[in-house]
Design a protein around this ligand. Structure first.
Ligand SMILES: [Zn+2]
Ligand SMILES: [Zn+2]
Length: 249
């Protein structure tokens, strides 16, 4: 962290090199996690999970290419937002702390949960707004072109939607004190949650075994329904807002 803090981002060369490195980390990490998830749940365990696969149609290569291209744009936008975050951090505007002892250890999971709850609320209302007829046509339809979703649908958005989704990261870190480790865990949870919701296979416990979990945590079945019926299921991590606003089936 100290090495990053010592960098001079007003130097254009340093800025571009840092941005390219950040882009490669964001994009390759996403490809690796998505690819690994697909390989484990839809190749190795495909037969065992046959009853839990939400669509038997194999998405066409053209869909995958479109999703990967849009995901690359999203990675550019999220990396630019990451650069903004680094600059804000250098200037002392964020609540990010790097010494784990600055706050009690119990605060790490609390800060992650707080971030996820606030992010979930932001996303729900942003998503509701993006489904207004004029907005969806311009900015959200790219994501909904994928009806039979894949792991790569999880980051495939119109650049304006990507910008609005990425904006919440620096905004929340201006107000929530978070350790660097907690931020890394949160970003990984964000990526994995999006992949789980779009992979087209339900991996969460079945209703009989764990109805509470399925009731409150959004998984593939919940979000798959949104891609097939866009008038319901707008939440991101938790079903709270969908239940409160009666947009859950
Ligand atoms: Zn989606
Ligand atoms: Zn939508």
């Amino acid at each position: 962290m100290q090495i990053i803090e010592a960098l001079d981002f007003t130097d254009i060369g340093t800025f571009i090199r840092s941005f390219i490195l950040l882009f490669l980390i964001v994009f390759l990490r996403y490809i690796f996690i998505s690819g690994a998830y697909h390989w484990v749940f839809l190749v190795i365990y495909r037969k065992r999970l046959r009853q839990r696969i939400l669509s038997e149609q194999n998405p066409k290569g053209i869909q995958i290419k479109r999703e990967l291209l849009l995901s690359a744009y999203s990675a550019i936008i999220f990396s630019l937002m990451g650069m903004l975050l680094l600059i804000l951090r250098q200037k002392g505007y964020t609540q990010i702390y790097s010494d784990i002892n600055d706050y009690p250890l119990w605060y790490i999971p609390v800060s992650i949960l707080l971030y996820l709850v606030l992010h979930d609320a932001y996303y729900y209302w942003l998503h509701r707004w993006m489904h207004k007829s004029k907005v969806i046509r311009h900015f959200h339809m790219e994501h909904h072109k994928s009806v039979d979703t894949t792991v790569f649908t999880s980051f495939s958005f119109h650049p304006v939607e990507s910008f609005l989704q990425a904006l919440i990261i620096p905004l929340l870190l201006l107000i929530i004190p978070m350790c660097v480790i907690a931020i890394m865990i949160t970003l990984t949870l964000m990526t994995i949650s999006a992949i789980i919701n779009h992979a087209g296979v339900e991996i969460y416990p079945s209703k009989k075994n764990s109805s509470l979990f399925r009731k409150y945590i959004i998984g593939a079945t919940h979000h798959d329904y949104h891609h097939r019926n866009s008038k319901k299921h707008f939440g991101l991590y938790f079903t709270f807002w969908d239940r409160l606003m009666k947009t859950e089936l």
